[in-house]
Ligand binder design. Sequence first.
Ligand code: ADP
Length: 724
Amino acid sequence: MDAISFLFGVVVTTSIGLFVYLKDRKRLTNRTWGALCLGVGWWYFGRYMRLTSVSETDALFWCRFLYIGAIFIPPLFLHFSLSLLGIKKRKVVVTAYLLSFIFFISNFTDLFIKNITLKNSLYYPIPGILYPFYVIFFIGCVVLSSFELVKAYMKATGYNRNQIKYVFLASIIGFFSGITTFPLVFNIKIPPIGAPFVSLYTIIVAYAIVKYRLMDIDIIIKKGATYTFLVLFLLIPSLVLVMLGQMFFFGFISYLFSFIVLILFGLATFIFPRLKPGAEKTIEQILFRGKYDYKKTLNDLSKALISILDKETLLAKIINTITEAMGVKKASILLLDEEKGYYVIQSSIQVAKVNEESSRLVRDDPFIIWLREKGEIIVKEELEGDLGRLNIPAMVTIIKRLNDMESEVCIPLITRQKLIGLWNIGKKMNGDMFSHEDIDLLEALGNQAAVAIENAQLYDGLKKSEAQMRRADRLAALGTLTAGLAHEIRNPLVAIKTFIQLLPERFDDIEFRDHFLKITSGEVDRISSLVNELLEFARPSEPHFQEENINEIAEKMIILIMSETKKKNIKVNIKYGEEMPPIMIDKEQIKQVLLNLFLNAIEATSENGIIIFETALINKSDPTDYIQMKIRDTGKGIPKDDIEHIFTPFFTTKHQGSGLGLSISHKIVEDHMGYIEVESAVGNGSTFYVYLPLTPFRNDISDRINLPVVNKTREEYEKDIGCR
Ligand code: ADP
């Protein structure tokens, strides 16, 4: 038994030491640990040889041999401990090595080991003069190392603390095991029972390495342990069986045959797991093509979930992929409507609305409460099977809800411990059951889908608040205009009223009547178009791209701002570009841009100033022409430091400004794949240029409109022209 444990010690300690050393040859901890293991291995080997020695001469030789390893264990242990703790005590370490070296030299003389003797039919050394000093030295090094370890342990925290704890505990085992080899040498009747346990020391430190990542040998230890386990519980029993079998069938045991069978067993054990995945994949590909594809589809879906932000598209993608991949006909997703407090179907395939309850579930519905508590995927079939056993009073309602929703499998969509929705999957078309694999995959996808849906909802919220900001900006602009516009409307009304009052008296005056008609109808048209324009501008509108004439749009806006320019007696010089081609834009949004720019220009310009408005077609040809709108004012201009901030939301220099106008205009123009440029000098006024591309760019906008698009992306184009 001793012999086996010694040999085991040789193999374990030297291989661990060697591996650690090779892993990071430059690191002192790895080097000292490697050398220490080698020392222990050497000592084990010597002990094995001494144990199996047949003559005294041999035994003395191996005894001295084993002490070569043992002599260097104390300084190596000290050195390893100090380097692990990052403590530099050069003098102490050098002294320890020097002392070991003295013992090493004396080991070739009688000073260290005088001779050998038999005790309990085992060979033991008779100590020389220096031997007791070696024992003291051994204990001294261990005490010093332990002292440093404990000291460092008290100071260390978290990860380091654990690491030191394990190394320290392992060292104690190593020390007490090792020290049991001494008493018998001095005729104290304590047998060296601890010797085999020294390798335990290296194993425990190795365990600490696995668990606390001390030196990166996790993998080898784990594999080593697995293989040892396999050898012990699989290979050895098999070998015994093979031997017994030979005895039984042939009456004798052939060791060569047994050895070959053992090798074959070994090969099969180790090759099998390597071949298994490949074989499985190949067979699945050949025999179960559909199933293999379906796994791949699910993989793809989880990738797609990360990239889709639009809620509708996302839900449709989740439902479609799963129904197709799993061969399911019906599926639905219900999401929580926070305001209304119920879960409602947001997306579905083939799910009929049996009644109101099938498409909506209140927050405190027994089914929802149960699902929230359970927080796991539900398979109706399993639930029905457990119906009698579970004895949950709400179970009948729960099954009814599942039936109403035509749900065979219901996956709760949970993020941050909140049930944001449920995902129902109907029966498989081929009548198959949902396998374990299906459920596992759905469970994993359910988690991802929940996160993706929550993100999409957050994104929706962002879009909504952006839309609200835009609307606030429009209303603010209208607010600025209303006082002036009221005036614009009242003036012609006064004229009309006067005419009407005079009419009965001068009804027969044909000239008066003609004049009256001309004036009033003109004024009424003007008022009506003003009010229309105002209403249209104020009404929230969905994005709507269509071909428009930019000059016509500008003209309408200029009518709206005329009341403001009149107030300050500002002259507006307009120059419309000739033969302007129609352009694909969202009219209402571009009006908002123009109104913002005009109002800013009017505000900046002092009384009697001038505002110039021009439109033009700019030939940039490659890849597209642009329409340019130029709004120039003769106002105060923008200081240099402010220019880079004016498009930032909420940046304003005005007393009651919102700071939204330019940022929103910028966003709108960007949505049209265009851009805005500014030139301004304090005291000299500002010029804003708005550029809108005649042909939108590929993949920027092509999903929103049906127009031929430029076959370049904006990035490519910007790279071509050198970014503005
Ligand atoms: P607001 O008009 O509510 O302040 P904007 O985003 O429209 O918000 O404008 C931001 C800032 O840019 C203004 O406060 C102003 O300082 C500056 N600015 C914009 N247009 C002009 C202009 N034509 N002349 C001078 N300054 C301007």
